[in-house]
Every structure is written in C-alpha cells, then in structure tokens.
Design a binder for this molecule. Structure first.
Ligand code: MEV
Length: 317
C-alpha cells in the first residue's frame, strides 16, 4: 500500500520577518510542489529518499533526534516516528520526496516537505484533517527552526491567497485574483533559520528603529489587502517596493538581490525579496503587457520563471 500526498511551495507577497514578531503577512501558494510517497517496510526502520540524498535509521534510535544528521532530515524522521508511535511500531516506513521547488531559496520547500510528508505518512494509517496536518507539520519544522511563524506551512496546507499572523493564524482572502508573478532565483542558497536569527539580533540592537519599521510594515500590509481586493496592480507594485526598502533596512538584501530588483523595476509594477532573503528569490508583479519583457530582462541574470497561484493546497493522489 502506498500513500501519496502533494503540497505546494509559496511566495510571501508582504510581511516576511515582521510576521515572526506578530505582524500580519500576505502570502500565496504557487504551482510548484513537493510530492511524498510513503509505504510500509517489514524491517523496523525509517528510510528517507530525496533529491538531497538517502538515509535510513532504526526506529528505536529515533527517540533522540539530536543525533540525526544531516539536520534538515530531522523533521521528516520526526514525522515518521510520531506516526509510528501513535499507531503501531511493528513496521517500518519508507518515505520518498520528489520536488519541483528549488531548495533553500525562499519558496517554502521545507514547509512543503513537512506538510506533504505529514499527510503522506499519516495517510498510511488514516487521513488527517487539514488542521491536524498543519499542527503536526509546524511541530516537525520547529525541531530545527524554533522561531518559524508557521506562515509557510499554513499556506502550503490550505493553498490560495491568505493573510497569516501568529495570533489569529491564517485567514483566506476571498478574491480569486490571479496575480501574475515573475520569480527570479538568485541561485544564492540561504539558511532561513540563520537569517531569522540575524534579524532577531538586529531587532535587539535597534529596538526603536525596528518598532518604527514594524509600524510601516503594518501600514503596507493593510493597504496591500485593499489593493489586492481592487486588483490595483500599480498600487501593489509601489507597496512591494516600499516593503523591499524595509527588508533592505533590516539587512536581508544582498548585492545580487539589489541588482535583480533594479532590473525588475524597469518593466514590472514592482518587486521585492520573497521569504527570508540573504539570497534566494525576488518576485516581481506583472500582467500580460509586461511579463515577457520582465522575464527576458531577469532571465539574463537569474533563473526566472512565471508563477501562478495554486488554489488546491495539500492534496492526496
Ligand atoms: C520565510 O519564508 C519567512 C520568514 O518570515 C520566517 C517565518 O515566517 O517563519 C522569514
């Protein structure tokens, strides 16, 4: 018996980093996915196969995840161990991940991996509700990324366009507005946890400035919700550039990202970093009039592609 589940990656349209400290963010899932296939094994082991390598561990050794390397596999081993503990420890599980989402560039690959693995592994026993998948996926991700806001996992589970904050959680935006985005991948791999730690240090050293920037971010997000509802691309583009300026001030842009932004600005409505920054991707807002020009400019200096909003979220195959 196989249990297969697929979860989308995401882009953060507004509010990354500030969302960790309670500000609302706006995000959407994109049409790039991670698919996870799980099956039982007779041997009492958990085996993980992915584009990033293979690893198998005896179930009994999984009680202490601190000794599991590479570290990024810990959430996946946790998901398997948790499901076996809740259901039956008389079997092993093999988990295979296939990804269309580039890793480590701010498009939500870690969250999509945790979400699809949670659904797939638990699906061997019983299908979980979306709420439970989200709870378990965030729990798994927090094993290596304690400070995650949970926003990336929420949008991967529910799909579409939504707001997220750490108090209320996710709220779907009812508009089925198909924003057209060009994503430009700088190919600079980043470590989200490290960048989030760096921002935490910045916040501690620059308390007053961070408070001022937070107020500006809240204003940008409020205006962006209205602009999305009105499909006002010009306004949204301006707000993206304002948000980019805040991200630059908290130190998460890089020389390469600055170059991508200034190139994107020439033809699109606006552009900004998406996700943690320190490398990774930028998004630029386009429509049918300027998409070709923007992708051709950005394509000369980055890996660029068009992204559409995915409205499905987690799905069993
Ligand atoms: C990463 O995609 C988004 C951050 O805001 C971290 C988080 O919300 O967990 C940088």
């Amino acid at each position: 018996m196989k249990s297969i589940a697929s979860a989308p990656g995401k882009v953060i349209l507004f509010g990354e980093h500030f969302v960790v400290y309670g500000t609302k963010a706006i995000l959407c899932s994109i049409n790039k996915r991670i698919t996870t296939t799980s099956q039982f094994l007779d041997k009492k082991i958990v085996k993980i196969k992915s584009d990033l390598g293979e690893k198998e561990i005896d179930i009994d050794s999984l009680a202490n995840l601190d000794e599991v390397f590479p570290e990024f596999l810990r959430p996946l081993f946790h998901i398997a161990y948790d499901a076996l503990e809740e259901n039956s420890k008389n079997k092993g599980i093999e988990i295979t991940l296939e990804s269309e989402i580039p890793y480590g560039v701010g498009l939500g690959s870690s969250s999509a991996a945790c979400v699809s693995a949670t659904a797939s592994v638990n699906g061997l026993f019983r299908k979980l509700t979306k709420e439970t998948i989200l709870k378990k996926a965030i729990e798994a991700e927090r094993i290596i990324f304690k400070q995650t806001s949970g926003a990336d996992s929420a949008v991967s589970v529910f799909g579409g366009l939504m707001t997220f904050d750490t108090k209320i959680g996710y709220e779907k935006l009812s508009i089925r507005n198909n924003l057209n985005l060009v994503i430009a991948n700088s190919l600079q791999i980043h470590n989200t946890q490290e960048i989030v730690k760096q921002v935490k240090n910045f916040k501690e050293i620059n308390k007053e400035l961070f408070e001022k920037l937070t107020i500006k971010e809240e204003e940008i997000v409020k205006n962006a919700i209205v602009a999305i509802e009105k499909n006002d691309l010009k306004k949204l583009g301006v707000l993206m550039l304002e948000n980019q300026y805040l991200l630059e001030q908290i130190g998460v842009s890089t020389e390469k990202l600055d170059i991508l932004i200034s190139e994107a600005k020439k033809s699109s409505y606006g552009a900004k970093i998406t996700g943690a920054g320190g490398g990774g991707c930028i998004i630029s807002l386009v429509d049918e009039n300027n998409s070709k020009e923007t992708i051709s400019h950005l394509g000369k200096i980055s890996n660029s592609f068009m992204a559409k909003i995915d409205y499905t979220g987690i799905t069993y195959l």
